[in-house]
Write a protein that binds this ligand. Structure first.
Ligand SMILES: [Zn+2]
Length: 138
């Protein structure tokens, strides 16, 4: 099963990349099934033509992009990301009070460590900052 390509919906970088690399250059549809393994759970996955259309034309990913996570891990990753940004905005509002709240800081650190374990946009500086904060807490 192949899916028609609409190159007008690609990002500019994808169009440029296609010209340089020749990838998809004279091709009118996504037809490859690309195998990959989830970085988190190692499950075998397939990046389907339908998924490629969404990735390149809706999410504007670059055309040599291949997902690094399976859909389940990807959903969990998004949940963690949302949770961490909630911790961050709570922190920004009330930093002085929260700096001595061991429960808040350790829950936040736990979420950051869990997110880092997905191997995607690993944020070690946040992890170090929170670890230090906990260590220095009276
Ligand atoms: Zn997975």
């Amino acid at each position: 099963m192949s899916v028609l390509i609409d190159k007008s919906k690609w990002s500019n970088s994808s169009r440029r990349s296609s010209e340089y690399s020749g990838q998809f250059l004279n091709v009118e549809s996504y037809s490859e099934f690309i195998d990959y393994h989830c970085k988190k759970c190692s499950r075998h996955c397939v990046f389907t033509p339908e998924e490629q259309k969404v990735a390149f034309e809706v999410d504007k990913k670059i055309i040599h992009y291949v997902p690094s996570l399976c859909s389940e891990c990807s959903n969990n990753y998004e949940v963690l990301k949302a949770l961490i940004s909630k911790y961050q905005s709570t922190w920004n509002r009330d930093r002085e009070f929260l700096a001595s709240n061991r429960k808040f800081v350790s829950d936040w650190l736990l979420a950051v460590k869990e997110k880092n374990s997905y191997g995607k946009r690993v944020d070690l500086s946040r992890e170090r900052m929170l670890t230090k904060l906990l260590r220095d807490m009276p």
